[in-house]
Design a protein around this ligand. Structure first.
Ligand code: ADP
Length: 260
């Protein structure tokens, strides 16, 4: 029965990981990877040791955001994550493939196996917070992540053009089945700022995130605008030097987990 408390797998013997946070979304393109990356950067700025496990095997975008490339090095003992400029440890399928552009055309069990290896065969060493960039939806791979890794909480990323109520409901229920708390919702692409007058424009119409969050008793951890500067830095692999602090508040909420 999937609703039993899962038996997690131990990580590599040399890994000491304190908290694991899953970042989930209903569909692709809402900024889940962007949120994982920016949260990691904000946590690093707070002084924590941070890792990102890119579990989005068929759509890996974490290495590109940080401008890091493979191949990751390894020995018989295990694989080393690749360090970003500010010292965030990253593991992604793109750091193991010879050709970053090659599509991953693997069946579900092989993909799930890769995610397990990222947990068990990667020598993460000391990590205070590990962010797991999940594939969108509630399929096979998120299930593997919940069953293999001791996830301490999930963050749901949504955008105003989605049926946010349904997406949040599904994610919360999946997490509940796996006995994992939902920490809150990040709404991305909430608005754009007029470059001339500074007015906030609701590009995708009125947001329903506040109602949905209230319905499930969850906090809205951040409302992040569509920011052309952010898109530019992300495209250039310079997410770590982006000056915006949109997710600093969300990072503080995550940091509180260590005090529990
Ligand atoms: P997902 O992981 O949900 O598929 P990504 O994080 O890869 O989505 O984001 C999709 C695209 O949108 C990327 O090109 C990213 O740089 C861009 N993007 C995401 N959030 C923002 C934002 N707030 N402002 C501008 N561009 C954004």
């Amino acid at each position: 029965c999937e609703s039993r408390a899962p038996q997690h797998e131990p990580p590599h013997a040399k890994s000491h990981i304190k908290k694991v946070i899953g970042v989930v979304s209903g569909k692709g393109g809402v900024g889940k990877s962007m949120t994982s990356a920016m949260l990691a950067v904000s946590m690093r700025r707070l002084g924590y040791k941070v890792g990102i496990l890119d579990a989005d095997i068929t759509g890996p975008s974490i290495p590109k955001l940080f401008g890091v490339h493979g191949p990751a090095t390894g020995t018989d003992d295990g694989i080393n994550p690749v360090k970003s400029r500010v010292g965030i440890d990253i593991m992604s399928i793109n750091l193991l493939l010879d050709d970053e552009e090659a599509p991953v055309v693997w069946r579900g069990p092989v993909i799930a196996g890769a995610v397990k290896q990222f947990w068990q065969d990667v020598i993460w060493e000391d990590v205070d917070f590990m962010f797991v960039d999940m594939p969108p939806g509630t399929g096979d791979v998120p299930l593997t992540v919940f069953q293999t890794l001791p996830v301490d909480g999930i963050i749901i990323v949504s955008s105003p053009q989605e049926l946010v109520g349904m997406i949040v409901g599904k994610a919360v229920q999946m997490a509940q089945m796996m006995h994992v708390p939902t920490l809150g919702i990040v709404e991305n692409m909430s608005y754009a700022v007029c470059p001339d007058c500074g007015k906030h424009i609701s590009v995708f119409g009125e947001s329903h995130v506040d109602e949905t969050a209230a319905k499930y008793g969850l906090p809205v951890l951040a409302k992040m605008p569509i920011d052309p500067e952010l898109a530019k830095e992300a495209d250039a692999g310079m997410i770590e030097t982006f000056a915006g602090d949109y997710l600093d508040g969300a990072a503080k909420a995550v940091a509180a987990l260590l005090k529990k």
